[in-house]
Design a protein around this ligand. Structure first.
Ligand code: ZN
Length: 484
């Protein structure tokens, strides 16, 4: 998941929102997008929410099943056929099968009422609607509608049905609105009051209770914003196909076709050897994922946690089945690789990892790294010790540059190099294997509590990549070094 979008402060408020706010009253939140209509009039889509699932891409909005039954309430065979044709484009990316049925039960019910615009309930809030009522309406489809318009509006409304909200209300949308022009425009074209414009146009969904990817001007869920409504540079886009981000996001929300789903992406530009952002993981799957092993039979597994912005792995001390896991995507005994991950140590907590050098875990350790309660860290290698400072309560990027050809390891936190040493060194001796197997994470004491995310192992090019030779900073400069 995106690092910049998360903090545990937000997480806590998100959890509270989920558990504390319960709105049983069905209500309507209109938000709209105008598009260039066939007739030149703005076509308005309204997204409707019922029950508690109402936030942008709210976690609650996404269905927990993979087949959705769709029933047409009216409409010509032609327009029905077009809706069916274009709706199924979503199924190429989402693990969702739209089953078109003639009888109840159904999840989505479609009408073609020309008097009420186009709209849809969002995601699972469809389930709150009585079975004799439409959950989606196409207000301007006729037998003369263009395929472009069929595709655009069908994909958009089915996007709502799958749980997506309007992109212009994305938490990170920073549209420099010409506010008075916006009030005027929607007052004239939609008869909206200023407060309705506030809710439908200016209001953005909060970071903390939304599921989202980066703000995407090309999303099918973005509405057409006329040039005059924005100050400064603005290129209005009229989107009629799924954007790359639409496809990626819906895959994430409805995983299951693993063969079709792209792997997670590493942040660096190097060729990725392995990537783990946990987005496709479940607790059950984690138990059988080859590159996530428990240290031993007696060890506990880490806990997969899901937040609005994605999934992370939590390591917390337990008296029984204390988590002790090894991430081992690939054995490295030649060439040069970059291994990075995100790590969050709770306030007043501790954390720990070590480098494993043998497939039989524990047979040979490399460096051991302790993150202590007092925000001091300690790296141990070859009977030496290096102290470093680290920050609690925020995500840190941990990096290991492992160069088997040059027999060198560089260890960095948040871009600051902490230490370097020969790969052959082991915890207690300079005599060891020129090999890297994986990283072991363990809750060493009762205060141990940390989170992990975004593992990436990538292949570096040959050459030294600008990294100084080991002899230049063996065991690093400026840090305290002492024998054990
Ligand atoms: Zn809409």
């Amino acid at each position: 998941m995106k690092l910049v979008q998360r903090s545990f402060v937000l997480m806590l408020s998100f959890l509270c929102l989920l558990s504390c706010s319960k709105e049983e009253e069905a209500f309507v939140l209109g938000s709209e997008h105008t598009q260039i209509a066939d007739q030149g009039l703005p076509h308005i889509c309204t997204e409707l929410h019922a029950g508690s699932a109402r936030a942008f891409g709210s976690k609650n909005a996404f269905w927990t099943k993979s087949t959705l039954r769709v029933r047409f309430l009216d409409g010509s065979a032609y327009v029905r056929g077009k809706v069916r044709q274009f709706a199924t484009e979503w199924s190429r990316y989402a693990n969702i099968d739209f089953q078109f049925v003639d009888q109840e039960p159904s999840d989505i019910r479609i009408s073609f009422d020309q008097s009420s615009g186009s709209w849809s309930y969002v995601g699972r809030s469809n389930a709150y609607i009585a079975s004799n009522r439409a959950t989606m309406n196409f207000g301007w489809f006729t037998n003369r509608t263009s395929d472009r318009e069929f595709r655009r509006t069908t994909l958009h409304e089915f996007g709502h049905a799958l749980g997506l909200s309007h992109e212009h209300q994305h938490p990170e949308a920073e549209i420099n609105w010409n506010r008075e022009a916006v009030y005027d425009y929607y007052g004239r074209t939609q008869d909206w009051t200023r407060s309705e414009v506030d809710v439908n146009i200016f209001r953005r969904y909060s970071l903390s209770n939304s599921n989202y990817s980066d703000y995407d001007l090309h999303s099918i869920m973005h509405y057409y914003i006329p040039r005059t409504l924005v100050q400064g540079a603005w290129n209005p886009t009229s989107n009629s196909v799924l954007s790359a981000a639409d496809k990626a996001f819906i895959e994430r929300m409805y995983p299951g076709n693993e063969d079709d789903v792209p792997d997670c992406h590493c942040n660096d530009s190097l060729p990725a050897l392995a990537c783990e952002d946990f987005e496709l993981q479940t607790q059950e799957r984690l138990e059988t994922t080859a590159h996530w092993s428990k240290w031993s039979q007696e060890a506990g597994q880490a806990e997969l946690q899901t937040y609005s912005w994605g999934k992370v792995l939590k390591m917390q001390y337990k008296d029984y089945l204390n988590p002790d896991v090894v991430y081992h995507p690939q054995n490295i005994d030649s060439g040069s690789v970059h291994m990075a991950w995100q790590m969050y140590v709770g306030e007043g907590s501790t954390a720990y990892f070590n480098m494993q050098k043998n497939q039989e875990f524990g047979k040979e350790f490399g460096a051991q790294v302790y993150f202590n309660q007092d925000r001091e860290g300690r790296l141990e290698i070859n009977n030496r010790e290096i102290a470093f400072a680290y920050t609690q309560g925020q995500w840190m990027e941990i990096e290991l540059d492992i160069d088997a050809d040059r027999d060198q390891v560089n260890f960095s936190i948040q871009g600051t190099r902490i230490a370097s040493w020969p790969l052959t060194w082991s915890a207690r001796t300079p005599e060891g294997s020129l090999r890297f197997i994986g990283i072991n994470f363990y809750n060493v004491d009762r205060n141990s509590r940390f989170w992990l995310d975004d593992f990436c192992l990538s292949r570096k090019g040959s050459g030294n990549d600008g990294v100084p030779a080991l002899s230049d900073f063996l065991m690093d400069a400026g840090q305290s070094i002492k024998g054990l």
